[in-house]
Write a protein that binds this ligand. Structure first.
Ligand code: GDP
Ligand code: MG
Length: 163
């Protein structure tokens, strides 16, 4: 069975930045666009000899508030359907938001493994701030910086251990 890692989370947390850091073969990206809410990008990656596919589920939560829930559900459903493991990304610069809690509510019902990834932990202060996300009650918080690479190796070790 294929190993598929989906990155989900609200817009601007850094999903595409991590995606771009993980994928090695840009030519392998398929631009799968079949309507706004199912827009997502696939890339090929490998860690310690284990190949996998990464899905960047896109940040299309736009429009009125009442559309949020629907858009989140759609994004999360794609991840749950296709992924072997889900990286739920949050942002330690902005901290926990209501939208993060909405994602968490839906992800908690998933039977797939979910790792909380607290991105933008660029420095020690932000690293400490990531502890706030334990409040989600979804287990260990993995602090990383997609921008400078801090913590991404440890995150990948844990991710591929689920394959
Ligand atoms: P997405 O909407 O979740 O795909 O988020 P993007 O990957 O487009 O990133 C949103 C913004 O956050 C961009 O300006 C990125 O440069 C910035 N960003 C992403 N990762 C990091 C990080 O680890 N640290 C910091 N400081 N900024 C980041
Ligand atoms: Mg994006």
């Amino acid at each position: 069975m294929a190993n598929i890692v989906a990155i989900v989370g609200r817009p601007n947390v850094g999903k595409s930045t991590l995606f771009n850091r993980l994928i090695e073969q840009r030519e392998a990206i398929m631009d799968d666009v079949s309507g706004v809410t199912r827009d997502r990008h696939y890339g090929k990656a490998e860690w310690i000899g284990k190949p996998f596919t990464v899905i960047d589920t896109g940040g299309y939560v736009v429009g009125s508030d009442d559309k949020y829930e629907e858009a989140i559900r759609e994004q999360v459903n794609i991840a749950i359907e296709e992924a072997s493991i889900i990286l739920f990304m949050v942002d330690c610069n902005t901290g926990l938001t209501d939208l993060d809690k909405d994602f968490a509510k839906i992800l908690r019902r998933s039977k797939k493994p979910v790792l909380i990834v607290a991105n933008k932990a660029d420095n020690t202060e932000r690293m400490h701030a990531s502890a706030e996300f334990y409040e989600l009650g979804m287990g260990e918080v993995h602090a990383i910086s997609s921008a400078n690479g801090t913590g991404t190796g440890d995150l990948l070790d844990i991710t591929v251990s689920h394959f």
